[in-house]
Design a protein around this ligand. Structure first.
Ligand code: ADP
Length: 604
């Protein structure tokens, strides 16, 4: 639909074939409209959602008001063999003491000899027993093709696979194995900006863990895609309940009830996420109009050590049960809030024609040297067969084929000839305002956090002129947001950050505060990187991986020493230490006194 003359039009989403139905549902609830391939112009969508990867041209042709749900070139962590290779490289550079969160892995057939050596070494050491191994096809998901073995004679494969040390002592709840699905949004790779969602999923196996039946997938694999077909899926399983999922809130309650320092565990997972993303961050081209939602699968062993199993590209957004609704709807809404649409985005090119640009949308390796950005060719070249392109083309002159950098006066004057702005603000496109719908939404955010978030300008964007001012933003806040409950609400848990905080000071030195500081929280997404001033600086310009890793290392050491004090006392000390040091890690760690399990409604 073309932008209305009198005010902002609805934002428009475009779903590629196979995109999750939940995305459609959530966006429609927010008042968005679905893109109509036939009736609308190519530039007339705001969000393009694909489950598979975009083409390079999609990134090159992106327009200021548009967002994509993937960054380019993240396969380095989302394919099992690439992840193994990259983690190995990081271990080589930074030591296996730090990068010790992934089970020993071999990529077969290439690493067969090395695997054989390791296997034999274990057998000799352990009186003929090699321990347990798991074999996984490198490019399959949902548990397909996976098997566990002890004897190398059972290792049979006909495609590229990884063979990984099987974590045979997982933490169990009433005898059931589980893993955690952690949702992570990389808002930007340049600068690296990572958010972790406070909610998430705990995915249970549906038969009790038993090492004497390695081929029982319902006992050893925790994929929902497998366990929903288990004969025990609907059975009310001791403590676990029916189905095979919990919310993360419920899990945290459970840990708390067991006297476990769940926030310490959470922080360790947080470090795993950061260290993993640092392996690819320098090689991902800048694409400020993209966000990416990753699903990190974490297994916790009986000693409470979290292990990274894999990183999922396009984590499942299907709805199998009420827990999915609780977690994934909030997650998606928060993700859209992180995309930070501005009122001007809803009027698309009409709004942007009134603006001047000072940075490009996409900085692929080539355009890194170039100060300009390609507009879609379709918007600039005459395609007689393509009337849609032509109509947009007639709006932008040929001289606007590139978005200008600030200094490109030539193009600026071309723009002035077709736009009718007050000529006031340079208003680039991409890195959005802090006035996200999340901030304006009616969520139970800790007041201090929301003040902080509002105080932070996360953008190079200057205010835009009155026609598209933020008063119009209210039209972008959906009824859903107005009525939404905190993520924990559905299982009657408080949001993790409510209550108990004394008013902290702003964690940055105000003098050094600049507009590049990302919001600490958007909905239930909590900023986890950068996490202090040093990492903030390290993330700008060219990411300084060494410094970033060093800071994570320091954090881990602090945590380790903090944790040697017993439980609560240790954590309180840690919180105080962090506050003193002006780190904002403590914001992430939640209330010091989460409710007892008996106070929670645990029904799914
Ligand atoms: P997929 O992409 O097919 O889901 P995963 O690596 O996530 O592959 O493995 C599927 C399931 O197998 C996990 O959810 C977990 O329950 C189990 N699993 C995978 N790797 C290991 C491991 N190294 N140790 C123990 N369990 C594992």
């Amino acid at each position: 639909m073309a932008a209305g003359v009198c005010g902002p039009a609805p934002l428009v989403f475009r779903l590629h074939e196979g995109a999750p139905e939940l995305v459609r549902e959530v966006l429609l609830e927010r008042g968005w409209e679905e893109y109509d391939e036939q009736g609308q112009e190519e530039g007339d969508w705001n969000l393009y959602w694909r489950t598979s990867a975009f083409h390079n041209s999609d990134y090159e042709n992106i327009l200021p008001w548009q967002r994509l749900n993937h960054h380019p070139k993240t396969v380095g962590i989302t394919r099992k063999d690439c992840l193994a290779r990259n983690l190995k490289r990081m271990r080589g550079t930074f030591g296996s003491g730090l990068y010790n969160f992934s089970p020993t892995t071999f990529i077969l057939p290439n690493d067969y000899t090395r695997f054989l050596a390791e296997y034999t070494k274990h057998r000799l050491k352990n009186g003929g027993r090699s321990g347990y191994w798991i074999c996984k096809p490198v490019d399959l998901s949902r548990g397909r093709g996976i098997f566990i073995f002890e004897d190398i004679r059972d290792l049979v494969y006909d495609s590229s696979v990884i063979v990984q040390r099987y974590i045979s002592n997982p933490l169990l709840i009433s005898g059931y194995k589980f893993d955690l699905r952690i949702y992570v949004c990389v808002k930007s790779f340049q600068p690296l900006t990572i958010y972790m969602h406070q909610e998430g999923l705990v995915r249970f196996a549906t038969e009790k863990y038993n090492l004497t039946s390695l081929d029982n997938i319902y006992s050893h694999l925790t994929n929902t895609s497998i366990n929903k077909f288990s004969p025990f899926y609907t059975t009310d399983k001791e403590r676990v309940g029916q189905g095979c999922k919990w919310t993360m809130s419920k899990f945290r309650c459970f840990l708390h009830s067991q006297g476990i320092n769940e926030l310490f565990l959470w922080q360790k997972i947080n470090n795993i996420v950061t260290l993993t993303l640092l392996t690819i961050a320098p090689s991902v081209p800048s694409s400020p109009n993209s966000v990416e939602l990753f699903g990190f699968d974490i297994l916790i062993d009986a000693k409470y050590k979290p292990w990274l199993l894999e990183v999922n590209y396009s984590p499942a957004l299907t709805i199998d049960c009420q827990v999915d609704v609780t977690v994934k709807k909030v997650l998606l809404n928060d993700l859209v809030d992180l995309m930070n649409y501005k009122s001007m985005d809803s009027v698309r090119q009409r709004g942007y024609l009134k603006q001047k640009y000072k940075r490009p949308c996409y900085l692929g390796s080539q355009s890194l040297q170039s100060p300009v950005l390609l507009l879609p060719k379709s918007m600039c070249e005459h395609h007689p067969a393509n009337k849609k392109s032509h109509s947009i083309h007639s709006t932008f002159s040929d001289s606007m084929r590139y978005f200008p950098s600030v200094e490109m006066n030539r193009i600026r004057s071309a723009r002035n000839s077709i736009s009718n702005t007050k000529g006031s603000a340079l208003n680039p496109i991409l890195i959005p305002h802090s006035k996200t719908a999340a901030v304006t939404g009616n969520r139970k955010t800790h007041p201090v956090l929301s003040q902080m978030t509002e105080a932070i300008q996360w953008s190079e964007v200057t205010d835009i002129e009155s026609e598209f001012d933020d008063r119009n933003l209210s039209t972008l806040v959906s009824p859903w947001q107005a009525s939404r409950q905190p993520a924990g609400g559905c299982c009657k848990l408080p949001a993790i950050h409510i209550q108990k905080y004394k008013t902290p000071k702003f964690p940055w030195d105000p003098k050094s505060q600049d507009k590049s500081t990302p919001p600490l929280r958007v909905g239930d997404f909590i900023l986890t990187f950068p996490f202090n001033e040093v990492t903030l600086k390290a993330s700008w310009d060219k990411l300084n991986v060494k410094t970033a890793v060093h800071e994570v290392h320091k954090l881990i050491s602090q945590l380790a020493s903090g944790c040697s004090h017993k439980q609560k006392r240790g954590r309180d000390n840690e919180l105080d230490r962090c506050k003193e040091k002006k780190d904002f890690g403590y914001l992430f760690w939640g209330p010091t006194n989460p409710p007892l399990l008996s106070e929670c409604h645990l029904s799914n």
